[in-house]
Write a protein that binds this ligand. Structure first.
Ligand code: TXA
Ligand code: MG
Length: 318
């Protein structure tokens, strides 16, 4: 069979250098992270950042996360505080994004932060992202590598399915271990979780030793990605179900479910971490197999189940 995935490259040194020059010439690349794959651009360049919004069909009011490899770059752009330093020491690099104040003199593209005075920053731990950020002279603006409102990709081929050859390079870092986007915590005031993820509010509370709230609903767009219609696999999703619909697939979790062609188990052993890492790719497979809908069983609303249910609830909105 013809290999169509010509822009998917092994992350060896030669290809990392290619990726570096691509970014420094203001082109867009696909990169692996431990959460989901990102669509990455030179965060200093308005031109590159514009390309991301265009490719993703992302509303320009929805700011991007800026990925850094070290504190030196970061210190030039962001005002950091005690809470940040504590969390950074314990959790970074890792699957958490911090909202902090942007320095007035910051060189980060205003478009990337959608004109906001705050900035979302993250230090990914995937070895390929770490290596790339180490050789780059610039930070990376990188939203999840999907068309706006769709599911985030968790492997290189899923990035290809979203953008094909519209991006020159997709670095192949295997399947994303976590499989759900990073936790977002706003540290500009009292610590507040804006998006659930692998790092729980409890964990943050333990490190900071102070109350961490969770933003449920907001009138102002604090984190526009929290808007409804998101994480859509392209077919209707029904949550808390016990059976599939006609011509539909069923996503199960744990033991006691049927073994049938339209049944897909996120984790037979009932591990929420395993379920999270399988969730998006399972929904993509179901869509490719042309099932007309996805019904999902009840998923325990604890630990990483909180993040899984947050995504499923949005995916099920019409
Ligand atoms: O795991 C992740 O975070 C992945 C990987 C690639 O790093 N990235 C990711 O980016 O999920 P994206 O763009 O799909 O989601 C970023 C979220 C959006 O909901 C956006 O509104 C929010 O971060 N955000 C960005 N800047 C913000 C800011 N200054 N204040 C509040 N929310 C912000
Ligand atoms: Mg996204």
């Amino acid at each position: 069979m013809k290999n169509i995935y010509l822009n998917i490259l092994k992350p060896n040194l030669a290809n990392l250098k290619k990726a570096k020059s691509c970014v420094e010439n203001n082109n867009i690349i696909g990169i692996p992270t431990e959460t989901v794959y990102g669509l990455a651009a030179n965060a200093y360049s308005e031109k590159s950042v514009n390309k991301i919004y265009k490719l993703k069909k992302r509303p320009s009011l929805n700011p991007l996360i800026i990925h850094f490899g070290n504190l030196k770059h970061f210190k030039k752009e962001v005002v950091f505080n005690e809470d940040f330093m504590k969390l950074y020491k314990e959790l970074c690099p890792g699957p958490i994004t911090f909202i902090l104040k942007k320095k007035l003199k910051s060189k980060i593209s205003k478009k990337a932060t959608a004109g906001k005075k705050t900035i979302a920053v993250r230090f990914p731990s995937h070895p390929v992202a770490v290596k790339l950020l180490k050789i780059l002279k610039v930070p990376l603006a990188a939203p999840s590598a999907n068309i706006s409102t769709r599911l985030s990709p968790t492997n290189a081929k899923d990035v290809y399915d979203e953008f094909g050859n519209k991006i020159k390079i997709i670095l192949d870092g295997g399947q994303s271990k976590i499989g759900l986007e990073s936790t977002i915590v706003d540290l500009t005031g009292k610590p507040t979780i804006l998006r659930y993820g692998y790092i729980s509010a409890k964990k943050i509370y333990k490190i900071l030793g102070k109350k961490v709230s969770v933003r449920k609903k907001t009138k102002n767009i604090v984190s526009p990605g929290l808007l409804n219609l998101h994480y859509s696999p392209g077919v209707p999703v029904y949550i808390n179900k016990t059976t599939p619909k006609k011509n539909g697939a069923f996503i199960s979790f744990g033991k006691g479910f049927k073994n049938a062609k339209n049944y897909f188990n996120l984790s037979k052993k009932g591990s929420l971490n395993e379920a999270a890492s399988n969730l998006y790719s399972t929904m993509r497979i179901i869509k490719k197999l042309k099932f007309k809908s996805i019904s999902v069983c009840k998923i325990p609303n604890i630990n990483l189940g909180l993040a899984i249910n947050e995504k499923l609830k949005k995916a099920s909105k019409k």
